[in-house]
Ligand binder design. Structure first.
Ligand code: ADP
Ligand code: MN
Ligand code: MN
Ligand code: MN
Length: 337
C-alpha cells in the first residue's frame, strides 16, 4: 500500500513569494525524505544548475485527500553544501527562535484576503461594472448582499482544523469580498509553517470554486479598506507584566527600526498605510491603547489586565510570515535582553 505526500515550499517569485507544491507517492511506513525540483522554473536557479533541494521540516494530515495522506512543508536548500537557499526565509526565523527561545515568543497573525472573480478581477460581492454600497454593513456582517463567499470560509476553517493547524478564528472584513482568518498563538517558526499551509488550503478551495484568492494589499483603490496581516506578539515577560508590554512597543519605534521592519512587511505598503482606513501612515510610527490608527495597538484588555501582547498593524496581507516573525522576534527580544 502507498500514501501521498504533498511537498510544499516557498518559491523565489518577485516581489511576492508564492507557495508551490508537488506530489510524491510513498510506500506505507516510508518517511518523506529529501527531494528536489527545478528551481529555474520558480526564480530560484539558472537552467544550467537548476536543482534545488527540498528538506521536509513540518508535516500534518492532508485534509483534502484525507486518509493517511500528508502535507509536508519544506525548506529549500542549495545542492552542494546543503545550506539554506537565499530565498529560504524560514532559516532566519529558526535562527531568531534559537537565539531567544528562553523568552518564549508567541505570535498570532490575522490573515486578511480578498476573493476575486478570476475573469473580471473584481471582488466577490461587487456588482458587475459597479460598486456596492459604501463600507459599513460588511464587517462581521450577516445576510445576502452583505456577505459573499461564506461557504469557502467555512470549508477552509474546517480543513485547517482537520489538518491540526492552529487556526484561532475567522471573520468577514470591512470591504465586501474581504475575509480574515487568524493563526496563533504559535512560535516564531511555527506561525509561518501554519500560516503558509492555511494559505495553501485556501488557494486549493479557490481552485475548486473558481475564485481567485488575493493577498494584494490594496485590491480596490479609493475608499475601500486594504488587506493586512496584523501581527500580535508576546514574550513570557509580556504575558506576565505591563512594563514589558510597553518596552516592546517602544523597541519597535527605536531609531531605524520602523524603516527596517517595513522592508519586510510586504509589497505596496505605502498604498495601504495611508493614515486612513484604520492605519497609521507608513512614514510615521506611533503606539497606543485601543488605537486602530496607530502602528502598534495595545489592546484595551491588555491595559486593563496589565499584561498580554501588542498588535503590529503594519504588515500587509502579502507579507511572508517567516520574515515578519523574524523581524519582531529580533527587535523586541534583543531590546529586552
Ligand atoms: P483583532 O481584535 O485585532 O481583530 P484577532 O482576534 O483577529 O484580533 O486576532 C488576535 C490574535 O492574537 C489571535 O490569533 C490570538 O490567538 C492571538 N493572541 C492572543 N493572545 C496572544 C498573545 N499573548 N501573544 C500573541 N498572540 C496572541
Ligand atoms: Mn482580527
Ligand atoms: Mn481584520
Ligand atoms: Mn487586528
Amino acid at each position: 500500500m502507498t500514501y501521498q505526500a504533498e511537498y510544499l515550499w516557498i518559491d523565489g517569485t518577485e516581489p511576492t513569494r508564492e507557495i508551490r507544491g508537488k506530489t510524491k507517492i510513498l510506500a506505507d511506513g516510508e518517511e518523506p525524505g529529501i527531494w528536489g525540483y527545478d528551481g529555474s522554473s520558480t526564480n530560484q536557479a539558472t537552467g544550467d544548475n537548476s536543482d534545488v533541494v527540498l528538506n521536509p521540516v513540518f508535516s500534518c494530515p492532508d485534509p483534502i485527500r484525507g486518509g493517511d495522506n500528508i502535507l509536508v512543508m519544506c525548506e529549500t536548500l542549495l545542492t552542494g553544501d546543503m545550506s539554506p537557499h537565499p530565498t529560504n526565509t524560514r532559516a532566519a526565523a529558526r535562527a531568531a527562535l534559537e537565539m531567544y527561545s528562553s523568552m518564549d515568543p508567541w505570535f498570532g497573525m490575522e490573515q486578511e484576503y480578498t476573493m476575486l472573480d478570476p475573469v473580471t478581477g473584481w471582488p466577490a460581492g461587487f456588482p458587475e461594472n459597479g460598486y456596492p454600497r459604501p463600507q459599513g454593513p460588511y464587517y462581521c456582517g450577516v445576510g445576502a448582499v452583505r456577505i459573499t463567499g461564506r461557504d469557502i470560509v467555512e470549508e477552509h476553517m474546517q480543513l485547517c482544523i482537520a489538518a491540526g493547524l492552529k487556526i484561532s478564528g475567522v471573520n468577514a472584513e470591512v470591504m465586501p469580498g474581504q475575509w480574515e482568518f487568524q493563526i496563533g498563538p504559535a512560535g516564531t517558526v511555527e506561525v509561518g509553517d501554519h500560516l503558509w499551509l492555511a494559505r495553501y488550503l485556501l488557494y486549493r478551495l479557490g481552485e475548486k470554486y473558481g475564485v481567485e484568492i488575493s493577498l494584494e494589499a490594496k485590491p480596490m483603490k479609493g475608499d475601500w479598506n486594504g488587506a493586512g496581516m496584523h501581527t500580535n506578539f508576546s514574550t513570557q515577560a509580556m504575558r506576565e507584566g505591563y512594563d514589558a508590554v510597553v518596552a516592546a512597543a517602544e523597541s519597535m519605534g527605536a531609531e531605524g527600526k520602523p524603516a527596517e521592519h517595513l522592508t519586510g512587511y510586504g509589497v505596496g505598503i505605502e498604498e495601504r498605510l495611508t493614515g486612513e482606513h484604520e492605519t497609521q501612515r507608513y512614514d510615521q510610527f506611533s503606539y497606543g491603547v485601543s488605537d486602530r490608527g496607530a502602528s502598534i495597538r495595545i489592546p484595551w484588555q491588555v491595559e486593563q489586565e496589565k499584561k498580554g501582547y501588542i498588535e503590529d498593524r503594519r504588515p500587509n496581507a502579502n507579507a511572508d510570515p517567516y520574515v515578519v516573525a523574524t523581524l519582531i522576534t529580533n527587535t523586541v527580544c534583543s531590546a529586552a535582553s
